[in-house]
Unconditional design. Sequence first.
Length: 270
Amino acid sequence: MLKRSFLAAALSGLAIVATPFTAAEARSLDEVLSEGVLRVGINPNFPNMSTRNDAGEWVGFDIDIATALAEGLGVEVEWVPTETAQRVPFLVSDRIDISLGALTRNASRAMLIDFTVPLHTEVLAVLTTSAIEGDTWEDFNTEGMTLANMRGNWTVGWAEENMPNVEIELVDSIADTVRLVAQGRADAIVENIDFFMSFTENYPDVDWRVVENPIFVAYCAIGVAQGNEDLTEVLNVILYNLHSSGMVNDTWEANYGSPMLREVVPNPYF
């Protein structure tokens, strides 16, 4: 009953609502190795995490990382398109072995699944231009200030609650959000800024800046079925090597056009 009761909280981090689904025993590390395939859940609509190129091939940060994990295990990858809301249910029902897709660690999800050590961070911060003054996010909570954001993002509600003096202009994509600021139709973006940085390159004449002090830093890890300790432990060892070699940060910069705003510091004693 606990897993049923907390599913919605795991998906949204907010309300706790009963949602039925079937739990299944996860494939063990031995089964993954013997079958020679790692089933990887990736978000099919999340550039530059995972998306298809013109040739129909999967590309992106998550694709590069999962490929390296599979190589470390000595197995092949089976890509399983997994929408944001499906990440936890797909793990619990044993449709995937691991889940990527910027899966932020929180207590609600940890009641349902296990996490590896952090893979990357998400920094809630302010992206603006040199034409707009402000040294902290609170400085942007002023009348006449317009924030750009996307419909359906949880940060819209956060801004409405914490920045009541601003106007919010909503669009449908990251690219459109950045365009609003570049064109002067909005003053700033308050969001998980790492995912927006590559789109600023479309406007080289704009003097972009990120307000130095972030609002908060969240840690995203790889989701694993609860109790699948052997697989989690091996993934942690591989991740330590990927972090220590610089591969994770280099891969992030290659896909997003700029370094991770807050890098993950590898810890051998996970």
